[in-house]
Structures are given as C-alpha cells and as structure tokens.
Ligand binder design. Structure first.
Ligand SMILES: *Cc1c(COP(=O)(O)O)cnc(C)c1O
Length: 301
C-alpha cells in the first residue's frame, strides 16, 4: 500500500486502584492513533476493498453512511490518499448550509456527497438502486455501509496481529460486527472475545456475526446493555466517565463506541465478571472525529 498508517499503532497499559484490587490487567490497542479522521478499524476494513478497487481498474470509491459516519470520512481520506475519486451517499436530506462537521470534512477531502431520503437509503442494498448508482457513476467501486463485506472482514482480521499473545480477553465495540468477525476469524480461538453493541436492542447482531465467522468457536459473546439509550445517545454519566478516564489515563474515548465499551468493561470488572489474573486487551477503534457533536462537554486537552 502506498501509505502506511499502521506504524503509529501502540498499546497503552491502564493502571488504577480498581484493577489492582480485582487483579485484572487492562491495556488498550490504540487504533485511534492511525489518523484523526480515519477510525482505526475503518482503515483495516477499507484496505482490502481499495486493493480490489485498484485491481479492477475502478477510478472512484462509492459508499454509504449517515451524517456522522466514521466510515464516510475514512473512505474520503483513503480515496484521496490513493488518488481515487469518492462519492458518499448520505442518509437524509441535508442542505449545503447545515452540513455536519463530518460531512464538511468529507467534502474538504474531495468526496462528492449525494443526499438521499431515508426511504431511498433503505434500498441501498437492492440491485436496482445499485445499478442506478453504477450508471450515474461509471468505473466506481461500491463498498457497502460500514465496509461490511468479505474484503472488510478479511482486512479487519489483520488487527489480530497487533494483539499480544498474553491476552485472555479481547474487547471491542460492535456496529455491524464486521470488525468483530474479522478478528474472531484470525485470533487464536482460546482467547475470549467481548463485543459491546452500540445500538439499542443489539442482540440480533449475534446472528449477523455468526454468519461472517469461519469457525463455530463459541469463545465470544455480545454485551448489549451499555447503549445509553441508543446509537450515538449519551447522558451526563457517560460524559463524566469520558472526562474522568481522560484525566486519569490520557486516553480520549469517542462517545458513540469506545466510551460505551470502556464503561461496560469497568462495570464488569466492578461486578467480578473477570477472574483474577485476566488480561484484557480493549481495542480502541477510533471514532474521535465523531466527538465534534459533544466537544463542548469534553475536557480533552
Ligand atoms: C464503525 C466503528 C465501529 C464498529 O465497527 P463494525 O465493524 O461496524 O462493527 C466501532 N468503533 C468505531 C470507532 C467505529 O467507527
């Protein structure tokens, strides 16, 4: 690949009174360090897609997302970095005058935005909608929402290479479950995996993940109780947790995914879910660009 963002990845060890008391080791794989606008896991999910796009002679990437989508901004960045054009099909009709920070950044990186109604957006996997997009944008390579395809699963599997062999638990946030499935497929099956779902009612995601797995290994489970009211919802308790975590450990978390995962981990440590001697590696999947929606509440500097 022409650009290497992965050299910046590192692991931070987290230490505090509670962890010491419970005999649990916790560290964070900092995929957020890859790039401020590219969520770490999105980069891995895009890599194999970009290879396919280039190999098939495509001249642009087209993908889908909402007005705060980390996947849209990651795609805009990656397309620009590889000299490809980019089209973002955005859910909801946003006027040019009230673009979110995310969408402004996408445009600044050269992504062409096409706004579609929520009803049309719901058709984004139908062959007639995809065909009309192919006619409108010839030579484009279409990536599903969230990078949720085979290439995305394969690319996410590479994240497993960065997980130390001493880990007994790996925890990460779950949106579509593509990243989770990719890592599960590549990680030693003895290691337990916990996925923290970011939506309300995330139980259905277990089935979606199972379909993406190459193994029937059962050393994994979803934790669905820390959604704080739903996708991208937050309350003062979550914001206070983010500020406290940053103050103690100097690790910024994002409001949609990683803060809810970390809150859940601490809750489970507190309730003795993990036996003494457990070594948890949490994956910081990035997403910090999405904090622009709550930046006035965060003490991150
Ligand atoms: C998109 C995203 C996720 C979810 O990834 P999936 O592969 O869709 O499960 C998790 N964390 C962050 C920061 C993200 O941007």
């Amino acid at each position: 690949m022409a650009i290497d963002l992965q050299e910046k990845i590192r692991i931070d060890i987290i230490e505090d009174e509670l962890l010491r008391l419970k005999g649990v080791q916790l560290s964070i794989l900092r995929l957020d360090e890859i790039h401020p606008l590219v969520s770490g896991n999105k980069w891995f999910k895009l890599k194999e897609n970009i290879k396919d796009a280039i190999a098939t002679g495509s001249r642009s990437l087209l993908t889908f997302g909402g007005a705060y989508s980390n996947h849209l901004s990651a795609t805009a960045f990656a397309a620009q970095a590889f000299g490809l054009g980019a089209v973002g099909v955005v859910r909801g009709l946003h006027g040019k005058e009230n673009l979110t920070e995310t969408l402004k950044q996408c445009e600044a990186m050269g992504m062409q935005l096409q706004f579609v109604s929520r009803n049309d957006y719901a058709q984004k996997e139908s062959s007639s909608f995809l065909t009309s997009l192919r006619i409108q944008y010839p030579d484009t390579y279409i990536i599903p929402e969230g990078g949720d395809n085979e290439a995305g699963i394969k690319g996410a599997g590479e994240i497993a290479d960065y997980i130390p062999e001493t880990a007994t638990y790996v925890a990460l946030p779950v949106g579509t479950g593509t990243t989770f499935a990719g890592i599960r497929n590549s990680l030693n099956s003895r290691v337990n995996m916990l996925g923290f779902t970011a939506v309300k009612g995330g139980e259905y995601l277990a089935g979606e993940i199972r379909e993406k797995l190459h193994t029937d290994d059962e050393h994994w489970q979803l934790i669905t109780s820390h959604h704080f009211g739903g996708f991208a919802r937050y309350n003062p308790e979550l914001i206070a947790f983010m500020n406290e975590f940053y103050k103690l450990h100097k690790v910024p978390l994002d409001m949609v995914y990683t803060a809810k995962m970390m809150y859940g981990i601490y809750d489970m440590v507190q309730r003795d879910f993990f036996p003494k001697g457990t070594n948890i590696v949490c994956i910081h999947t990035g997403g910090l660009q999405g904090n622009s929606a709550v930046s006035q509440y965060l003490q991150y500097s």
